[in-house]
Ligand binder design. Structure first.
Ligand code: HEM
Length: 359
């Protein structure tokens, strides 16, 4: 359902298989994201539909709560993610990218050898996880995200999911003996142990797949072009053009009108970021990738109280990795696209030294 040309079928429609409204116009998507009193993030409280994975820790965490609990949770961790705090990580991330590229060899898989370890190691490092356990975090994150993508009962994935949560919980309990990083900050708050584990799970999952996708999308957008003069605006344009998060769900709390349609309490609405980012009323020539685009108010990190906590971090990680990659001579030798269970397109990109296609 996350198509780019949704506006062509009207600003909002009820999608039967999905069981909810799909909002595509920029102004409507922005409203769904901003008016948290009408469009709640608390699925467990407002949804009138059966919830496939009600044991999902993400349904209890920051992203799935409304004020006042949302404000209380967000205040606890927001200091870790300020632009200043994130900027202080820049030298570490540069060193990480250099080390990954140095050990990658002459032909390597961009996802497996650079994008995955970069995003998961950064967030695991921020959490205060010991480097020797970072590979476990990659494994656990994969098991958890792949389980959420399956709506049919899948016993193997379910077992892997529970196993990953148990192992991760055990690890966090061990870490409580020597708190550092975000785990340390959370432990001095009044959160329960379960809440701390839920929160760490949320950060890992949110910070991992999305940042990896952004880097891959950036490579695909920029591969046949000269290195952009302004890498920051190029990254913003990749975010607008190919957003890693296609859309996000809300639940109607009271009768309301959206895009001329009447919405009822309990109904699900998906705010389609992909479509809003290509609304011709907001973005000139929306289907053209323009790394020098001047005004770029894309909604790829959401908007309002749930605006992405890791936005500064993700932008910085991807800018550093792209700058390092685009400085090297390379070309794409293999591009393998397939769908993961979570419904995200994964692109396996193999790079090799040599002249780039555009050179
Ligand atoms: C929220 C996208 C990276 C942590 C969000 C939302 C979006 C988003 C669209 C809003 C969801 C909603 O309103 O329902 C992205 C993209 C990323 C990225 C596109 C990478 C390119 C990260 C990273 C982290 C992170 C690196 C953590 C280290 C979070 C958290 C929330 C969130 C905790 C929930 C905030 C709240 O509910 O107050 N993200 N994200 N994200 N993101 Fe990200």
């Amino acid at each position: 359902i996350f198509a780019f040309h949704e506006q062509e079928v009207g600003p909002i429609r009820f999608d039967e298989p999905f069981g909810g409204w799909v909002a595509t116009r920029y102004s409507d998507v922005n409203r769904v994201l901003t008016e948290h009193e009408v469009f709640s993030s608390d699925e467990l409280r407002y949804s009138t539909q059966p919830i496939p994975h009600s044991s999902n820790p993400l349904l209890r965490g920051l992203q799935a709560t409304d004020p006042p609990r949302h404000h209380a949770l967000r205040r606890i961790v927001s200091q870790v993610f300020t632009p200043r705090a994130v900027a202080s990580l820049e030298p570490l991330i540069e060193a990480k990218v250099d080390a990954l590229l140095a050990s990658a060899g002459s032909t390597f898989d961009l996802i497996g050898e650079v994008a995955y370890p970069l995003s998961v190691h950064t967030i695991a490092g921020l959490l205060g996880v010991r480097p020797s356990r970072w590979p476990d975090f990659v494994r656990w994150t994969e098991a958890i995200t792949s389980f959420f993508g399956t709506f049919a009962a899948d016993e193997t994935r379910q077992a892997a999911f529970h196993q990953a949560l148990t192992e991760m919980g055990a690890y966090f309990r061990e870490e409580f003996e020597r708190p550092e990083g975000i785990i340390g900050t959370l432990m001095t708050s009044d959160l329960t142990e379960h809440e701390v584990i839920d929160f760490c799970t949320l950060l890992l999952i949110n910070g991992h797949e999305t940042t990896k996708s952004l880097l891959v999308n950036a490579i695909l957008c920029l591969v046949s072009r000269p290195k952009p003069a302004d890498m920051r605006s190029a990254v913003e344009e990749v975010l607008r053009y190919l957003p890693p998060t296609g859309g996000t769900d809300r639940f109607v709390t009271r009768p309301t009108t959206l895009g001329g349609r009447e919405l009822q309490p309990g109904q699900r609405v998906v705010a389609m970021i992909t479509a809003a980012n290509r609304d011709p009323g907001v973005f000139a020539d929306p289907h053209t990738f323009d790394p020098n685009r001047k005004s770029n108010p894309h909604l790829s990190f959401g908007h309002g109280i749930h605006f992405c906590l890791g936005a500064h971090l993700a932008r910085m990680e991807v800018r550093i990795a792209l700058t390092a990659l685009l400085d090297r001579p390379w070309r794409i030798t293999d591009l393998d696209t397939h769908r993961t269970p979570v419904g995200i397109d994964v692109l396996k990109v193999t790079l090799a030294p040599g002249r780039r296609a555009a050179d």
